[in-house]
Design a protein. Structure first.
Length: 302
């Protein structure tokens, strides 16, 4: 990946003060904000500005970036991160680190691992009152694997489409903050876009926190004799053992097969014994033979 010169993006010198960096960001953000800008490359420039400001606005993060830059890197140079946080730095980005920035940013500062903002916690964005809140429906498989999803935002100059990175293990109620992607506030500062996640219902899986459950049909002979069967999970089909003598409604657990998290959720498989129809004389004879063989079996006794 290529090294990014965040000072150059903001048009300031490396020795610029925090106030100078903030002023440069606000000026350029007003110019290139997609809601008001007529520049051809406004959206891409605006994205770069937000990333540069996020990297330089906090003293600790700026010091880490300066340390990497001191090694002689210039914009466009090949950058090979090392260490547990990419560039060797580990930062808790909280809800601001949900994958909205470039691979370079995330490799240098580490991916956000902090607690996501929920209904009771208000994320802090740039100054101004252009903050926008909205709900984003996410498929369960996307929440499990992570991925990208488009979101259309209505602005003063029409609609614009944003690509939102969905972190692996996203859950309902979680908030993803896109810094500066809201509307321009009265003071000219872009507000944040806060997307509250709502997991969409799934045809096969039911969700309970980070645990999921699935109904699995089995045959009477699999229930009676035991078997190994294929079970669908969000991560793909796996093989599971059914104990002999299993009754319909029994729940078996696949540990760690729910939504990713700390710890991962589990998947519960609810077994449903399905009886085949007796459509022919041979079918009926087979059931009559079972009836005779198990004449002493009375499930309703007592």
């Amino acid at each position: 990946m290529q090294f990014k010169d965040y000072y150059k993006v903001l048009g300031v010198k490396p020795a610029a003060s925090a106030d100078e960096i903030k002023a440069a960001y606000r000026k350029l953000a007003r110019k290139f904000h997609p809601d008001v800008s007529k520049e051809k490359n406004a959206e891409e420039r605006f994205k770069d500005l937000n990333e540069a400001f996020e990297a330089l606005k906090e003293p600790e993060r700026r010091a880490a970036y300066d340390q990497a830059k001191a090694n002689g890197f210039r914009a466009g140079d090949e950058f090979r991160p090392s260490g547990p946080g990419g560039g060797g730095f580990e930062f808790d980005m909280g809800d601001a680190g949900n994958g909205q920035y470039s691979d370079f940013f995330e490799s240098l500062f580490g991916r956000g691992r902090g607690p996501a903002a929920g209904p009771g916690r208000r994320p802090r964005g740039p100054e101004g009152s252009g903050e926008v809140r909205a709900e984003l429906d996410v498929e369960l498989t996307t929440a499990y694997n992570g991925g990208k999803q488009r979101f259309t935002l209505q602005g003063p100059r029409g609609t614009r489409t944003l690509e939102v990175k969905i972190p692996k293990g996203t859950h309902s109620g979680q908030t993803i903050r896109l810094s500066g992607q809201g509307h321009i506030g009265p003071d000219g500062t872009p507000g944040d876009l806060l997307l509250q996640i709502k997991l969409a219902p799934d045809e096969r899986f039911q969700l309970d926190g980070r645990d999921i459950s699935v109904q699995l049909p089995i045959t009477p002979w699999e229930a009676a004799l035991g078997a190994r069967v294929s079970v669908p999970t969000l991560g793909g089909a796996v093989e599971m053992a059914i104990p002999a003598g299993t009754q319909s409604g029994r729940r078996l657990r696949l540990k760690g097969r729910g939504l990713p998290g700390e710890p991962n959720g589990d998947q519960f498989v609810v077994l449903q014994v399905h009886v085949p129809p007796a459509l022919t004389d041979a079918d009926r004879a087979a059931f009559e033979a079972l009836k005779t063989q198990f004449s002493g079996f009375e499930p309703r006794r007592g």
